[in-house]
Design a binder for this molecule. Sequence first.
Ligand SMILES: [Zn+2]
Length: 298
Amino acid sequence: MVLFVFIKSLKKYLFNRKVFLSVLFLVNIYVWAPQFNGAGEGLLQIKFYSVGQGDSFFIKTPLGKNILIDGGPKSTVIGELSSDLGISNRVLDLVILTHPHADHLNGLFEVFRRFKVRQLVMDIGLSCNDLCSKFTSLIYQLGVPSWDVYAGQKIQIEKDLEIQILWPKDREGLLSATFLGDPNKGSIVFLLKYKKLALLFTGDIDIDSQNELVGDVLPDIDILKVPHQGANSGHNLDFIKELKPELAIISVGKNSYGHPSVEVINGYSNLGIPLLRTDKHGTIRIKSDGFKWWVNRD
Ligand SMILES: [Zn+2]
């Protein structure tokens, strides 16, 4: 069972971490060596699934817990999950829905029908559209416990592995975002932290919300999930510069919105940050022992 521990002292912690890392941390990007494939025990594994135009990410913890972030635009995620969990295991310890838009939510219907989900974290505020209402009925029917989360809270997954919530700021912030009719603004943004490794998951957070985050103290990170399929509306150079990622990943598929935009691609390129995309590179896999990390792609 996932253990939830919430704290309120995140800001101070992030500040200390940033100072510490700027002095001591050396960047460790390695292309996944072939001999590494057999390893698994004690490693954190993250997959950025190639599921088309939307987001779906799978995390296997060092002690074997299974976590899913968003479900992508359709049930493609089922095939990916089935091969990652194996036939005998149909349990997801935690699912996080960053916001209730179809490209993040659609795939979750089938996930919840076919797998046992122990806990759900989501923020829907007042922006529960028809699709979202259908989903909340389903989880009510299945009896899956669900929680709202806000900045400053922490989900302790296991020793040395935690999720730190950075956004939405609070319930008031989430509600005002939904009053503006834009669930993207209320996307759950969180830091996945395993020892010295830090990844930031951003949902479809927009520039305004990012500006508010830049006003807080943001940590240096290793890997950034680029906001909103690489849309201009989520592209904020101040945000990227403050996070200083060593790698950026765009989850995107065939679309008519022009995602990812040329400005976004050039923005990362000008900053010298390598960019991987699920439409071009397929499912992107990260493994880490908490100090070094390895990336591989299809
Ligand atoms: Zn999206």
